[in-house]
Design a protein around this ligand. Sequence first.
Ligand code: PHE
Length: 361
Amino acid sequence: LRTDLLSAIADADTLDAVETVRVAALGKAGTITALLKTLGGMTPDERQATGPRIHGLREAVTAALGERKAGLERAALDARLASETLDMTLPVDLAATGGVHPVSQVMDELAEIFVDLGFAVATGPEIEDDWHNFTALNIPETHPARAMHDTFYVERTGARTDGAAQAASDGGGFATDASERMVLRTHTSPVQIRAMKAAGGNQPVRIIAPGRTYRSDSDATHTPMFHQVEGLVIDKGITLGHLKWTLETFLKAFFERDDIVLRLRPSYFPFTEPSAEVDVGFSVVNGKRVIGGSEGWMEVLGSGMVHRSVIAAGGYDPDEWQGFAFGCGIDRLAMLKYGMDDLRAFFDGDLRWLKHYGFAA
Ligand code: PHE
């Protein structure tokens, strides 16, 4: 019986076959179980003679079953590992990973440059009230600069609890009272006021404010929605020299060139006095204008010393505090840095365009 069982175990080539042998030997009706039962009917002498042999048999068979089972399980695992091997050298299709849009990319670059210079990044609402967008920036109701801004006005709907409902209902939903009028901000300059107010009138302000701006205008270089970055420094003893150094340092870092030349051209903005339009020197490479050198001049931003009235509107005493401000088109910066020539393409969401300029995989 021992030889038969051991060879049956050796022949069992599946876990099921091993189990069948186990049941046949050690199960309720198994051969070894039957032998063990006979011990009960034996005399003590017989039991002493036969008992150890039967127990020995049971132990040998149990051990053989266990070993066979472990061996088969190991073989099964090996087979599975072998069949599931991955070939890491096979080429794969990379999933589309998306990319950072050039506008976001430039915003990130600006934040990085200005944070290094000690500026914080500030934000303001895109739906802005008339006061922040115009009045506080020294552009009163009758000022001609308002007409130059091609402003989008926002219709007020819904009930207000502050008594403005009546004003809002005049003029078909558009507030006729300037103090109630809402606009899509026409520039990032209202953030100047918000940043000064937030700082409380008694400490320096150094911020940039990148974001979306809106004007009713559309051609190859204008889109109704575009992006600007505002810069504002308020402190004591601030001069035009600080403005020029800051702009020069920023543009050198942004265009990654040392041969950046600036020209400050006297200009006019209601919220700065004096005001300067800043031109940057360009050179022509393969028929394209590249920033750097001085073969010609290109206007890149507006700037100036913050007007006394604006400093006052921001809650600062203009006899004590001075500052400079600048505003710059982000889309234009991106076009100049990455060589794009149609602004409208920025907002078409066309992957082929993004790929062409290396902004999508
Ligand atoms: N807000 C101006 C514009 O949109 C730019 C500007 C900002 C000019 C700050 C001077 C100072 O054109």
